[in-house]
Design a protein around this ligand. Structure first.
Ligand code: 5GP
Ligand code: 5GP
Ligand code: 5GP
Length: 262
């Protein structure tokens, strides 16, 4: 069967605030690999249409393969800069841990680490659902539901996760908010000033989704940013995500112990 990915207009890049995932009706368990730092975490990179519709589960035959998000082991020889003889190098990518450049005489020019995506995903895309997991199931779910609808030569499994990690780095939400005096300290902040702070830092207005904590407070739960179909550049949202918040919303602390919901 020939599978052709559906078309879409842009992406929502969605990040979640762990404090708000954990203090609601969701039960919540920190990852097996350790408590994540108190920062926004990636939820997903979701293909989206301007009319509010979105494709999902576009290719059930393309389950996430662990080897694709770690650099495949093996040796890859890549010849670069062939035109300029003086800079002629061969990159030898060995077991996936490092990348060595040598010149035409076999002299080593340099080594650097190749980021293996798993450690970055554990840090920036932790799964907070119960029972504690490594995150792989959450990443698989997001790839299968959303990623398969964006498949292209660049956005293969590795490219999808790499794109999301780069976007998170580009939009440092916690820093953006801190710069505006907005901190995860259980205080209430103006929804407008939260959006403004993120706009000031990234150039683009986010969508904010709230959820309700056990004391019935509206709190910042997810931040939606819009991204072009290449998955690399933020754009002004062609269609704002339809999510509701009160005009003043709480920015909760991240608790040390996550498993308090029943
Ligand atoms: P919830 O019902 O928790 O808001 O959303 C459940 C799931 O549906 C999300 O995790 C996501 O996979 C998908 N989803 C919800 N809203 C949207 C949306 O506006 N766009 C896309 N592409 N997916 C969405
Ligand atoms: P959605 O379809 O809502 O994008 O994906 C949410 C799915 O991933 C649900 O099945 C949810 O239980 C699971 N999941 C695992 N870890 C997390 C997490 O940290 N946050 C959210 N929102 N969902 C998670
Ligand atoms: P689920 O329970 O399947 O994760 O979420 C079902 C729907 O309820 C989704 O639209 C999700 O966004 C919303 N939801 C999940 N937990 C909460 C919560 O604690 N408060 C609020 N207001 N909505 C929630």
């Amino acid at each position: 069967v020939l599978c052709v990915s559906e078309d879409f207009d842009f992406f929502y890049f969605v990040q979640q605030w762990p404090g708000s995932y954990c203090d609601t009706k969701h039960s919540c368990c920190y990852p097996r690999t350790g408590k994540p730092v108190a920062d926004f975490g990636i939820h997903g990179l979701w293909p989206q249409n301007k009319d509010g519709s979105y494709p999902q589960n576009c290719n059930p035959d393309n389950a996430l393969d662990e080897d694709q998000i770690n650099f495949p082991a093996g040796v890859e020889i890549k010849v670069v800069n062939l035109t300029d003889e003086s800079a002629w190098t061969i990159n030898v990518i060995n077991t996936g841990l490092c990348h060595i450049s040598i010149d035409r005489n076999g002299q080593e020019l340099g080594k650097d680490n190749i980021s293996d995506l798993t450690s970055s995903l554990q840090k920036d895309w932790p799964s907070l659902s119960c029972p504690s997991s490594t995150g792989f199931r959450f990443w698989s779910h997001e790839w299968e539901k959303h990623g398969t609808c964006a498949e292209s030569e660049e956005i293969d499994q590795h490219g999808y996760f790499e794109a999301a990690l780069k976007l998170k780095e580009k939009a440092n939400l916690l820093q953006a908010l801190r710069n505006a005096g907005i901190q995860p300290d259980d205080e209430f902040y103006d929804l407008g000033s939260i959006k403004e702070a993120i706009k000031d830092a990234t150039g683009f207005t986010p969508g904010i989704e709230c959820n309700i904590d056990p004391s019935k407070n509206s709190q910042i739960y997810q931040v939606f940013m819009c991204v072009d179909i290449s998955g690399s550049e933020f754009i002004e949202c062609p269609a704002a995500p339809k999510r509701r918040c009160a005009s003043k919303v709480q920015f909760p602390k991240v608790l040390d112990d996550c498993m308090l919901s029943s």
